[in-house]
Design a protein around this ligand. Structure first.
Ligand SMILES: Nc1nc2c(c(=O)[nH]1)N[C@H]1C(S)=C(S)[C@@H](COP(=O)(O)OP(=O)(O)OC[C@H]3O[C@@H](n4cnc5c(=O)[nH]c(N)nc54)[C@H](O)[C@@H]3O)O[C@H]1N2
Ligand SMILES: Nc1nc2c(c(=O)[nH]1)N[C@H]1C(S)=C(S)[C@@H](COP(=O)(O)OP(=O)(O)OC[C@H]3O[C@@H](n4cnc5c(=O)[nH]c(N)nc54)[C@H](O)[C@@H]3O)O[C@H]1N2
Ligand code: SF4
Ligand SMILES: [Mo]
Length: 672
């Protein structure tokens, strides 16, 4: 590329977000110069969000890692010196080889998530590499594991209505979702539905911006979702307001469902959920009577101990009501299986050396403390800030005998503990294919220039590591273009005609499912017997051990995506200190003042924050939005408090099943 001209390319926002926006990226003199929402993109509609509007701050941030770095100080101190790629790769290959010889391949643990959601960046060469060295398997559970499990059990796949149909729905239930912060391109669609006369309910313990924007808000007690949903189902059954024809024609397990719902009368449920029986009845009647009915759960409602139970009970409402019969109706929780790529071809599980242990990523702290892990390779994630039971995780990362390699764009809390930090390219510098877990567009992200400094794409990192470890399989020589061709190499009708070449011509293509197609009515139900299964799932997990006085919720915040963007100066200036939102009644009862420092603690850990008196949390619940960098505070954040307890079924995370005590800062030593 010549250094003087200006070019415009199609990019895709790589961050872990429902919206997977199309972007117009302008490069000038070899630098990223301007980033805008794609104007003619049907979902993006020319605007980006609060965070990505500030992307140039991220591109040019002083925390960017641009060269391979080797640790010189103690772990966690963040002291490094620059080394060459050759030297770094040679030493890493030696040390991983040594672990394999002494402890076996599965003493090496990869840890990654969705820092970059590109198909190649999220998981391709890396999967091949770790399979071929016999590394431990990582169960990537931290976000949606319970929902995935339940959807597969009930429907055989993760498919929902097309979000572009939302304006046609007349009754919408946003259940544990806060799209004003996390899914901003859903807002115009919801507003449109509202203008068309739709009634929109928000079911969330918190009085979020979303709850404030739409008609009705049901502030249920945290983690009482399954009970509410079962009470709604029971009401519909008792009053013969459910869709008997649909249940007979399409489902199995109705009797078991009915039995499970039976204990939950309006009164019993109202007591558990902290709302009035009349409010539940009003919602039940709306669900029964208004069509099309769209139930839109967020992933927020499944970060609880009985997560699978909650998802099952809520999803069952979309079945019981026959909501799927309308094109804009049903359950919109995930559209991930609208993209049937050649996943085996990308991941190549056949390269695996044999059986390796599997680690649930929620339990990273345990895997680092129980002696099973000698080397950890982190990319696309920042577990020092985002994993639960942080005290354990940080102790593990500090282990002198742990060999830690981190591939990153930024000097994150995790990178500071690394033996080697390797520089990761920005998505704008890398060819990749993008899907969405919400909408139905396949997109090509076209780089406008080469990676800055000596940074490399995730695929290139693992190509280099494979070479350094003498892995000869041709699978490690495939280029990014080859990988995309492999990914799209399928006969599935949803992907007909979508090829790398056609994506270069038109980088935003809808999967070939007609907007009129109703999931599970017009498509096969992918369970063994071709029926939707209503039998109860989960619900038997005890919440034991959580004794603190307050419920702590730590949902997504508008200004960051988890820890990403929390190091931007604009964010630090706006919100320099960690904050804890508390209800005015609680503040009054405890005589806390706005702006006062408090210590938050429980059996797992402790962190501090400034009180902010707010009407967002109800009485008895406090809120700290996820998440800040430890390093920008006292070395800790809110994940000191969250549990690594696994959900009832599916292995999911339970961040929102946390109780805490709160003391005035300074008194912490007296409590324990
Ligand atoms: N701006 C921004 N956008 C993001 C993210 C971000 O961090 N910031 N994160 C991205 C990621 S990784 C994900 S997974 C998605 C998540 O986005 P969402 O699906 O919206 O989920 P959360 O933000 O986890 O939580 C949503 C709501 O669930 C509520 N909630 C908490 N506990 C309960 C409960 O027990 N029952 C019910 N009914 N509601 C409850 C919370 O109060 C919160 O308002 O957003 C993505 N988009
Ligand atoms: N308290 C609390 N904790 C939570 C949650 C919560 O609701 N509350 N939510 C949980 C959820 S839903 C999720 S999904 C997890 C997310 O947790 P993480 O997966 O740790 O997500 P991020 O904090 O966004 O960190 C992603 C990192 O990937 C890096 N990155 C971006 N692109 C690339 C790339 O191309 N290559 C490489 N090598 N690195 C890249 C970014 O710089 C960033 O540091 O957090 C969980 N943690
Ligand atoms: S974070 Fe989400 S809303 Fe923001 S630009 Fe990226 S995909 Fe769009
Ligand atoms: Mo997530």
């Amino acid at each position: 590329m010549s250094d003087t001209h200006q070019i415009l390319v199609h990019g895709v926002c790589p961050h872990d977000c429902y919206d997977t926006c199309g972007m117009e990226i302008e490069w000038k003199d070899g630098q990223i110069y301007r980033i805008q929402g794609q104007t003619d993109h049907p979902i993006t509609q020319g605007f980006l969000c609060f965070k990505v509007n500030r992307y140039l701050e991220r591109v040019n941030h002083p925390d960017r890692v641009l060269y391979p770095l080797k640790r010189t100080g103690v772990k966690g101190a963040g002291q490094f010196k620059r080394v060459t790629w050759d030297a770094a790769l040679r030493d890493i290959a030696d040390r991983l080889g040594h672990v394999i010889d002494r402890f076996g391949g599965d003493a090496i643990l990869p840890y990654s998530f969705a820092g970059n959601m590109g198909v190649l960046s999220e998981g391709s060469m890396d999967r091949r590499f770790f399979a071929a060295i016999g590394a431990a398997n990582l169960d990537r559970t931290i976000c949606t594991a319970s929902a995935n499990y339940v959807l597969r059990q009930m429907f055989g796949q993760r498919l929902g209505p097309d979000p572009e149909q939302i304006p046609q729905a007349q009754m919408i239930v946003l259940w544990g979702a806060n799209p004003m912060a996390t899914n901003v391109h859903q807002i115009p669609l919801l507003d449109h539905a509202q203008k068309n006369g739709a009634k929109i309910w928000t079911i969330d313990p918190l009085n979020t911006e979303t709850a404030v924007r739409y008609h009705r808000h049901l502030p249920l007690t945290p983690n009482s979702d399954a009970i509410l949903a079962l009470a709604l189902g029971r009401y519909l059954i008792h009053h013969e307001l459910y869709d008997q024809n649909f249940v007979e024609q399409y489902t199995a397990g109705f009797a078991a469902y009915r039995d499970a719902a039976e204990p939950w009368s309006l009164e019993t449920a109202a007591w558990h959920c902290g709302i009035s029986p009349a409010a539940i009845e009003e919602l039940a009647l709306d669900i029964a009577q208004i069509r099309p009915l769209l139930i839109r759960p967020g992933f927020g409602m499944q970060r609880q101990t009985n997560s699978a139970w909650a998802v099952w009970a809520v999803a069952s409402l979309a079945v019981l009501t026959g909501a799927w019969k309308d094109t804009s109706g049903g359950l919109l929780l995930s559209n991930s299986d609208a993209f049937p790529l050649n996943w085996q071809g990308i991941h190549r599980p056949d390269l695996a050396l044999g059986q390796s242990r599997t680690v649930n990523m929620v339990e990273l702290g345990i895997a680092l403390e129980d002696g099973s892990t000698q080397a950890l390779v982190v990319y696309n994630a920042n577990p020092a800030a985002t994993a639960p039971e942080q005290a354990k995780v940080l102790r593990g990362l500090s282990r002198k005998d742990l060999f830690l390699v981190v591939h990153e764009q930024m000097m994150t809390d995790t990178a500071r503990y690394a033996d080697y930090v390797l520089p990761a390219a920005l998505s704008m510098e890398v060819l990749d294919l993008h899907l969405s877990y919400w909408h139905r567009y396949v997109q090509l992200n076209i780089p406008g220039g080469p990676p800055a400094g000596e940074s490399v794409a995730n695929t290139e990192l693992f190509r280099r590591l494979a070479k350094a470890m003498h892995l000869e399989d041709p699978a490690f020589q495939e280029s990014d273009a080859d990988l995309i061709r492999t990914a799209l190499d399928t006969d599935h009708p949803y992907l007909t005609g979508i090829t790398l070449e056609s994506l270069y011509e038109n980088p935003v293509q809808k999967v070939r499912i007609s907007e009129e197609t109703r999931p599970f009515i017009d498509t096969r139900i992918n369970t063994l017997d071709g029926r939707i299964h209503m039998e109860p799932i989960g619900g038997n997990r005890s919440f034991g051990g959580e004794t603190g006085k307050y419920f702590l919720l730590s949902p997504s915040r508008r200004e960051t995506i988890k820890s990403s963007f929390a190091n931007l100066e604009s964010f630090q200036r706006r919100l320099p200190d960690p904050e804890l939102l508390v209800n005015p009644f609680d503040a009054d009862a405890e005589a806390w003042n706005d702006g006062e420092w408090v210590r938050i603690l429980n059996q797992r850990g402790t962190t501090k924050a400034k009180v902010r008196i707010s009407r967002v949390p109800p009485r008895g619940t406090v809120v700290s939005y996820a998440v800040r960098w430890n390093h920008s505070a006292d070395g800790t954040n809110i994940n000191q408090l969250t549990p690594a307890r696994i959900s009832d079924i599916g292995g999911g995370a339970t961040f929102y099943s946390t109780r805490v005590d709160i003391t005035r800062e300074g008194a912490a030593d007296d409590v324990g």
